[in-house]
Design a protein around this ligand. Sequence first.
Ligand SMILES: Nc1ncnc2c1ncn2[C@@H]1O[C@H](COP(=O)(O)OP(=O)(O)O)[C@@H](O)[C@H]1O
Ligand SMILES: [Mg+2]
Length: 354
Amino acid sequence: MINSKYLYPEAIQQESIDIPRDIHIYFKTRPLQFYGAKEPARIHVPLPREGSKKSVLAVTYGNAEGNNPINVPREYFNDPKLMNDFEEYPLQNLSNEDQKIAETVAIAAIRKLKGPGRYSIRRREYMINTSTMPIRVYFEEEGKKERNPIYIKRPDLTRLMGKWLYDIISGHPRRAYAFNRAVFIEEAVPGSVLSKLDERELLKNRDYREGVVRASVHASFLDIPDINNKRNRIVSENFSTLLFDFNIMLMGIGRNLEGKVILNPLLDRYQELHGNKYHWFLPPYVNDVLVDEKRKVAERVKAEEDRFFDMIRLMEDVADMTQMTYRYKARVKYDSESLEDFFRKKVLEYSKAR
Ligand SMILES: Nc1ncnc2c1ncn2[C@@H]1O[C@H](COP(=O)(O)OP(=O)(O)O)[C@@H](O)[C@H]1O
Ligand SMILES: [Mg+2]
């Protein structure tokens, strides 16, 4: 299988990960209510025992890809033009039988997120020229086309924990997700990925500009470095900007070429690119929205303080893809005693924003 893994360390390409016991228990015992769902769902999906008959049909990234997938042609990863233009590639298996089994797995993933129902698969696609090649699955329910696909991703603790934190801080409706040690599955965030839109048009819209500033606060709160990548932002129908790609977060504050600390890389970029033309991104204009969103983030954390800091404490001894634990990173990258200390300070600072 050819993919774009050359850019990233092995750690985020794994088929299976270890999940610390306390994290496992945390998610096992906390069902969550998601947008549009009839009842709360469990986020942890148990896996059948390895080697058992059922294990080929278990919801895992490998099973959703299936046996003998047809390779993505090599040129899609080498040609800069193709790389920019193609974000997905049909996922098919060589034999009908392999295809059927993989689709059965995809249906099990849909059931997990959407609840019981009669589902059929319309198509599966690789999201190419990404670091992890998620699988997108379009489907029908009772023969009716469902607009919102699901994504089946490689297992990743940072993604999981990041989504949990983002759902608390962003105030956006929560979409279902689930995981086990071999998969992370999630409903699509409804809207369109920014890379497929004409941003020059969008920028004329006040709601869009305001949404970018609000999203920039979320991204800087969680310190997500690849937020300037347009493929990592969804623009919803009401022009909000929503985030979903959390497998790289808390990587340490960045600096520009002159060594200046950049606390808000997204806003910094918009100021640099559009500050002259769209002065709404410049300080006096942008400040109200920035301050308002910072305070809101602090309020949202306070409203779900236990849930937020329970997760932060669970993260302390987890290592990210650089093999450093979050506690260690808090010390060396953020000059804090612990991740909890870092976020306590940050919430306090945001609550006093002005
Ligand atoms: N929850 C989601 N909602 C909408 N689109 C998504 C979602 N997850 C992934 N995608 C799409 O799949 C692409 C790759 O997913 P992403 O999580 O960014 O993977 P990677 O971490 O490898 O960059 C994104 O650019 C986006 O188009
Ligand atoms: Mg991405």
